[in-house]
Structures are given as structure tokens and as C-alpha cells.
Design a protein around this ligand. Structure first.
Ligand code: ATP
Length: 819
């Protein structure tokens, strides 16, 4: 009964998790088919070539929206309703406008290709981009992925209709028989469903409740040692005054006005704890769950400082570093909103956006700079008037990410260039407690503010898991498709491990008639921002993304997060599922867990404060969708082929255009402006990447089973089965997790030059010591032997000593001989 309705069974005891109404029912599957073919009129001022936003689906969305409002409930702290909705959406639109204004036929990450604007390498040769709006040659030819999907879909529908028509003519009687057969088979599968549920619940519960006591003990011991170290390093200020209001914080009027304009009535716990400490100018290391207002917690004290102590010269005084471009745009937007009634100026310098505009803005010396590390270093090397020596406050948002190996080199460089007399603030939902990691940013008497533990998920998140049975890894696509067409039809983020899988899911779900977008690193910045904008503006129901969208993004109204496979680590999990249940709202996460991912599930269940749930999908539904996907496979390849053909055509068109231009101007080379210098050369970056890939590969090949799977995958990459595709996804995250584990096991070294060390002038000279000192202090075995034996023959000669000992020709026994 339960599973027939798509309901869930409890894994833990008690059911206190907040209920969020489901956004659809099983009947929605048919509606989804109908929703496909509409394409809305282009937006005013919208360029040709970009995906034209289809109008909102009326049926399920209307219901969904009503329910979303109803699903909110009060939290321990009061989150006020936001009065400036769409403000961040405006930020995406602004960034998009900037991008649309320029020509994009520059190196761009084509699917499966290399990166556009490689952060730390020389710009590769000019290539045409799919959907480049500014390139006249492409305007007519380019079609969006959604248009291609629609084309293939329509073609299939027509073929199906024709086939049906032919069949119906002569086989009326046969159909009657089929119907009775279908009924029988439905009854059969109903019996199977019940078996599946009981088997699943019992096995899983025992696995989840069984604690590995030995490991726990060991971890506790390790924790104790770590705690002593941490206590010495930090001053703890995790306790805060619960009655503190924004008015009590001594914030200036322009800030209080902005807070009111944003609709914030009460500070959140992290804001109550951090703002007073931040105002004192102390270094902070803070951790609070996702969606609890960390951005305002670090922005408000900084703005107060800038307002209270206005600048004497136009210089940049605050630097906020973020790991992704989209997060940069968002933080910039929040900062601008909070600073709207003051004269504080802000600037955004993230990759993918126009370099020249950013350079001009930097030259004017904005008070606050929000940047991604790569682009910041680019400016530091290429914009002579820009430097970091005037930075008074350095903030690392998603600090644990910024301190991990990916950003290691860039962070070293940035911190070396920053002023030494600065305040440093580190924020994350999974903030590391490891002193050595934090020492890397040279914190001075830091204050530790941990409002939540770094494994806590958002307070009103309902966590669900779906078991993928052994040898049924290939069911993942079917399960996800069933969830998205039957149960969670809108405001869903679907996370995959690889860009390839994200792209495939976009096509597959699109072919099923869903409104889908994708967001990952293989897309151009325009495409990434456009996907986010459409998702925010509710033009698409499902956003398929990789981990690039897992951290920090605050998209209002996300109801459900689905994990195609479990992410790399529990940290990644916390961030991914943190895209929902934000700002005191309820949300739900549904993660697919295979045999190899059970360890992580166990960890999550152990640290969960609310009982987690097991969702059961009827087996016949999975089979039905598996079958459906099998039939759509040809169409998926057709869309991929269309994409490839279009890309090739655009590339050759661009080459022709370029050649024409050269002929017209008579130049050998089209002017590209002065060459930019980079922090690492393209070769260096390539080498670093290769070394990391080799390391990954090495780890991946450990273990016979893994090696076999890996080899199979790489050989068959072109045409993988659903099972192989899922295994590849899991292997990818395992590779990452192993690498992280290995890195954590390694003895840590401070990765950034400690700043307090007095600068040494020139290479260090070794202190001279006399021979006498050396002889007295040398206690090596060899030296001791020599000492006991007395001076050697040469030394005797040098010192003018007798050649022979007294006693003439006495020969000692061999055991007394000198050795
Ligand atoms: N005092 C407040 N009252 C009401 N809403 C708030 C308050 N502070 C922040 N918010 C809202 O809460 C949401 C989440 O804030 P924010 O993005 O800063 O969370 P976060 O803790 O940084 O999340 P993540 O860990 O995912 O980066 C935003 O929409 C923000 O407008």
C-alpha cells in the first residue's frame, strides 16, 4: 500500500521531520508528456540564438507554487520573509547583459573539450562557440539543446503516431486480448512490489543501526587529541546572546535601513554570534548550517567598519574570495543590497565575465572586491595599478574549499600579496577544525564560532534514501526519471558526478517532456548563467548540475535535491542537500544509494539529528521507466549527433570567416590586443593537472575490481550501458574520496608562508663552528670509533707523532685489532 502511493518508511525511530507537501502525484507522468512542446515568445531585448524561455506550465506549477508557501514553518529563530525576491535573479541578468554585449567566439569549453578562459593558462586559439549571440555567422544556424531535443522528440512522436495508426487498422481484436494480458501482468508486479519493500526495509535497518564500535572508539581518541590542540589555538565564542537584535549591534543607520529593506527582522544565530566579534576586528573561523545567513554575518561587520572609518584614498580594503563564479555573483549582489544606502563601493572579479570591464572597475579602487582566486591573480599580474597591500579584511567564503588542494597554489600567491595587518574571516557550513589547515591563512588569535557542527545538515531538511539493489546500478536513470515525472515535478536540483552524465540527463529528461536545464563546467559562462536565471525564474523545473552548483547558491524555492549517486564525501553531501531547506524553510533530499555507497549512508544516518527515511519505488515503475529509457536511447544519440554536427559546422564557418577577414585586411594575424601574463604558464597548469590525474588514476586502479571496471569504462566510453555509466559515476567519487583521505593521512605542512617570520635578507648562511666544537659535539658511531682508536696514520704524520707505538713489533690478536 505504502509503496504503491510512493510513500516512505522510517529508518530511525520516531518521525519528527517536518513534512513538506509533495509537488505532484503519479498522474503527473501523463501531464509531463503534454508539457513538452511549448515555446514561449522571446523576451524583449533578447538576442537570437539563446534558448528562448518557454512560458510557464500552467497545471502542475500552479499547484506547486501554492503548496510551497504552505510548506514553510517557523523555526527556532525567526527568518523573515524576503521582501526583495528576484534580487539575485537580477544579478544573474546583469551578468548576462554584460556577457551578451561582447563577442564570444573565443576559446570556450565545448562539451568534452577544454576550458574557456583557463584561469591560469595562456588563452588558447580562437574557436567558435555554440550559441554565440554576437557572432553573425552563427545567429541563423545555432539552435539550443532544448530545440534539438524538441526536434527529435517531435520526429519520434510522429513516427509513433503513424505506426499506431497502421496497427489499429487491422488489429482491433488482438488489442482486446492484449488488454487482459496487461491487467494480469500488473497484478503480478503488484505482488513483487510487496516483496521488494519488506526485503529492503529489514536489510537496510539492520545495516544502518549496526554501529562499528571499534572505529568509533578510535575516532573518539583522535578527537580528544585534536580538541586539546584546537582549544589552544582558538578562543571559543560559539555561545551567543539569543536576545540580540540588529538594533542592539550598534550598526549604522544605512545598514539598519538596508536590513529592513531586505526584510530581515531578527538576526540568525550565526549573525548574532559573528557580527559583534567581527566588529571588534578579530579573526574569525565560523561554521553554521547551510542557508542560515552566513553571507550577511560577514558582510555586515565589514560594511560597518567601512562606514565608520571612511577611506582616505580610493583603494580596495576588503577582499572576499569565493570558489565559484556563480557564488561570486550572488555574494556581490547581497553585498550591494546591504550597502545600498551607504557610499561603499563594490566590484566583482570572477572568471568568465569581461576582463576589461573588471580592470576599469578595479582601477577606480572599489572598497570591497568579490573575486574568484584565478581571476584575481590574473588582475594582479596584468593590472599594474591594482594590488592587495591595502587589504584590511580578507574573507574566505566556503573556506574549507578555498583551503583545499585545488586552490592551494592560488591561495599561497594571494596571501603572500595581502597586507599582513589584516583581519581574516573564514566561513563555511563544513568548516574544518584542523588547526594546521587554518594556520595556512595565518590567523592571529582567532575566535572559533561553531553554531552548528560541520556535519549538520540544514535544520528543516528531510533526508530520504533510495536503495539501488546489487547488480541493478543501471536502474538509477529509471529511478530518477520516475521521481521527476511522478513525484517531484518542479523546483528540483538533480546532482550528478560528471558533466557528461548531467548533459545526458538533460537530454533524456527533455525527451520525456520535462523542462530541464543543466549547469556544469563544460558550458560557457553565458550558458551557465542562463540556466540559473531560467531556473530562478521558474522557466525550467529541473536543474541538472554537477558539484559546481553545490556550494553557496541561494535559489529561492528549491523544494527537492536529488543525488543521482552519493557525492564524493559527506561534506559534499551537506552542501548539495543544503540547496534546499534554506532560510528556515522545509525541503527534501532524495539520494540514491548503491552497495558501494553504504558506508557514507551509515555516516549520514549516524550524524543525523532527525530520522532519515527510506523511499521505496515500486519495481514495476522502475521497469517501466527502464523500458522507456531503452526506447529513447536512439533519440539521445540523435540529439548528441545534431549537437556534434552543429558544432563542427560552426567551427568551419568561423574559420572561413576568419580567413576572409585576414584576406580583406591583408594581415597575417588578426589583432588580439596585448598578450596577458599568467600566474602559471599553460604548460605548468597542464603539468599540475596531469600530475593530479595520474595520482587519481593510480588510486583508482588499486583493487582488482576497480581496475577491471575502470578499464572497461575507458574502453567503452562511447557507448556505455546504464550499469557502466552509474559505476563510472560512483568510481569518480570514490577516486576523489580516496585522494582526500590520503591527503588527510599525510603529515600536514603549513602550506602558506607564515607571515610573522621576520623576512630574511638573502640566503641563510650556516653558522660557522670550529673544528673543536665539531669534535666535542659529534657523537656519531664513526666519530666515537675514531676517537677511541686515536689519530690515524695520516694525522700522526701531520702532527709529527711517532710512527710506531712503544712495544716494537708486538702483534695483537685479531680480536684486539682496530676495526
Ligand atoms: N536575518 C535574516 N532574516 C531572514 N532571512 C535571512 C537573514 N539572513 C539571511 N537571510 C536569508 O537566508 C538565505 C540564506 O542566506 P545565505 O545564502 O547567506 O546562507 P549561507 O549560510 O551562506 O548558506 P550556504 O552555506 O549554503 O552558503 C538568503 O536568502 C538570505 O536572504
Amino acid at each position: 500500500m505504502l509503496q504503491a502511493l510512493g510513500l516512505v518508511a522510517t529508518l530511525g525511530e520516531g518521525d519528527a521531520a517536518p513534512e513538506e507537501p509533495e509537488s505532484g502525484d503519479s498522474a503527473a507522468e501523463e501531464e509531463a508528456e503534454v508539457r513538452g512542446g511549448r515555446a514561449g515568445p522571446p523576451e524583449p531585448g533578447r538576442c537570437l540564438g539563446l534558448a528562448s524561455p518557454p512560458s510557464r506550465p500552467q497545471g502542475p506549477r500552479g499547484r506547486g507554487q501554492q503548496r510551497r508557501r504552505g510548506g514553510d514553518f517557523s523555526a527556532g529563530f525567526v527568518f523573515a520573509e524576503k521582501e526583495a525576491p528576484g534580487a539575485a535573479s537580477g544579478a544573474w541578468a546583469e551578468a548576462l547583459r554584460q556577457l551578451r554585449g561582447k563577442h564570444h567566439c573565443v576559446p570556450e569549453p565545448l562539451l568534452g573539450g577544454s576550458y574557456r578562459f583557463p584561469l591560469l593558462s595562456l588563452p588558447p586559439p580562437i574557436l567558435p562557440l555554440p550559441n554565440c549571440l554576437s557572432c553573425p555567422a552563427q545567429r541563423a544556424a545555432a539552435t539550443t539543446l532544448d530545440e534539438k531535443i524538441e526536434k527529435v522528440r517531435k520526429k519520434r512522436k510522429t513516427q509513433e503516431r503513424e505506426a499506431k495508426h497502421v496497427k489499429m487498422k487491422g488489429e482491433d481484436t488482438e488489442m482486446e486480448e492484449d488488454k487482459t494480458k496487461e491487467k494480469e501482468s500488473e497484478e503480478d508486479s503488484g505482488e513483487e512490489e510487496e516483496d521488494v519493500e519488506s526485503q529492503y526495509s529489514s536489510t537496510d535497518e539492520s545495516i544502518l543501526t549496526k554501529a562499528d564500535t571499534l572505529k568509533v572508539k578510535e575516532r573518539k581518541r583522535q578527537k580528544k587529541v585534536g580538541e586539546i590542540e584546537t582549544e589552544r589555538f582558538f578562543e571559543d565564542a560559539s555561545q551567543y546572546d539569543d536576545n540580540l537584535s540588529f538594533q542592539d549591534m550598534n550598526l549604522s543607520r544605512p545598514l539598519l535601513k538596508a536590513i529592513t529593506a531586505l526584510g530581515f527582522k531578527q538576526p540568525t544565530p550565526i549573525q548574532k554570534a559573528c557580527i559583534p566579534v567581527g566588529l571588534l576586528g578579530k579573526d574569525i573561523c565560523a561554521c553554521a548550517a547551510t542557508g542560515t545567513g552566513k553571507t550577511a554575518a560577514f558582510t555586515l561587520p565589514v560594511l560597518e567598519r567601512l562606514i565608520y572609518k571612511p577611506r582616505q584614498a580610493p583603494v580596495t580594503r576588503v577582499l572576499v574570495l569565493v570558489p565559484t563564479r556563480e557564488l561570486g555573483i550572488q555574494v556581490h549582489s547581497v553585498t550591494k543590497q546591504l550597502a545600498q544606502f551607504s557610499s561603499v563601493t563594490t566590484c566583482l572579479a570572477v572568471g568568465g565575465l569581461d576582463v576589461k570591464t573588471q580592470e576599469a572597475a578595479l582601477r577606480s579602487g572599489p572598497d570591497i572586491l568579490i573575486a574568484t582566486p584565478g581571476r584575481l591573480i590574473d588582475h594582479l599580474h596584468n593590472c599594474p595599478s591594482f594590488h592587495l597591500s591595502s587589504i584590511e579584511v580578507l574573507i574566505l567564503d566556503e573556506a574549507d574549499r578555498m583551503l583545499d588542494e585545488y586552490f592551494e597554489e592560488q591561495m599561497k600567491e594571494i596571501i603572500r600579496l595581502c597586507s599582513h595587518h589584516r583581519q581574516t574571516m573564514l566561513f563555511s557550513a563544513t568548516m574544518t577544525d584542523e588547526v594546521k589547515d587554518l594556520a595556512a591563512v595565518s590567523l592571529k588569535n582567532p575566535v572559533r564560532i561553531f553554531v552548528n557542527s560541520n556535519t549538520d545538515v540544514a535544520p528543516f531538511l528531510r533526508q530520504e534514501f533510495i536503495r539501488v539493489r546489487p547488480n541493478r546500478e543501471g536502474d538509477r536513470e529509471a529511478i530518477v526519471s520516475a521521481l521527476l515525472t511522478r513525484t517531484f515535478t518542479d523546483h528540483v536540483m538533480l546532482f550528478t558526478q560528471t558533466k557528461k552524465q548531467a548533459h545526458r540527463m538533460h537530454i533524456l529528461l527533455g525527451l520525456m517532456g520535462l523542462q530541464v536545464g543543466e549547469l556544469h563546467g563544460n558550458l560557457s559562462q553565458t550558458q551557465r548563467l542562463e540556466a540559473l536565471r531560467r531556473f530562478k525564474d521558474e522557466q525550467i523545473d529541473v536543474l541538472v548540475a554537477t558539484d559546481v552548483a553545490a556550494r553557496g547558491l541561494d535559489i529561492e524555492g528549491v523544494k527537492t535535491v536529488i543525488n543521482f549517486t552519493m557525492p564524493n564525501t559527506t561534506k559534499h553531501y551537506v552542501h548539495r542537500v543544503g540547496r534546499t531547506a534554506r532560510a528556515g524553510r522545509a525541503g527534501r533530499s532524495v539520494s540514491l544509494v548503491g552497495e558501494e555507497e553504504r558506508k557514507m549512508l551509515k555516516e549520514i544516518v549516524k550524524t543525523a539529528k532527525m530520522p532519515v527515511k527510506a523511499r521505496i519505488l515500486p519495481q514495476d515503475v522502475i521497469l517501466k521507466f527502464r523500458d522507456k529509457i531503452g526506447k529513447l536511447e536512439k533519440d539521445v544519440y540523435a540529439v548528441l549527433r545534431l549537437e556534434r554536427e552543429e558544432r563542427e559546422m560552426q567551427q568551419s564557418e568561423a574559420q572561413i570567416n576568419m580567413a576572409k577577414k585576414r584576406l580583406e585586411t591583408g594581415e597575417q594575424k588578426v589583432e588580439e590586443g596585448p598578450e596577458r601574463s599568467w600566474f602559471q604558464s599553460r604548460e605548468e597548469r597542464k603539468k599540475e593537472k596531469l600530475a593530479k590525474a595520474l595520482q587519481e588514476f593510480d588510486l583508482a586502479l588499486r583493487g582488482k575490481k576497480k581496475r577491471k571496471t575502470f578499464m572497461q569504462d575507458t574502453q567503452k566510453k562511447g557507448q556505455m550501458t546504464p550499469e557502466e555509466r552509474s559505476q563510472f559515476e560512483i568510481l569518480k567519487s570514490q577516486m576523489y574520496a580516496e585522494r582526500v583521505a590520503k591527503r588527510n593521512r599525510r603529515a600536514k605542512r603549513a602550506r602558506v608562508v607564515p607571515e610573522d617570520e621576520p623576512p630574511s635578507a638573502g640566503p641563510k648562511r650556516k653558522k660557522q663552528s670550529s673544528v673543536f666544537d665539531e669534535e666535542l659535539t659529534n657523537t656519531s658511531r664513526k666519530a666515537l670509533k675514531q676517537y677511541r682508536a686515536g689519530p690515524s696514520f695520516d694525522e700522526q704524520k701531520r702532527l709529527g707523532l711517532a710512527r710506531h707505538r712503544k712495544g716494537g713489533n708486538f702483534k695483537s690478536k685479531s680480536r684486539y685489532k682496530r676495526k
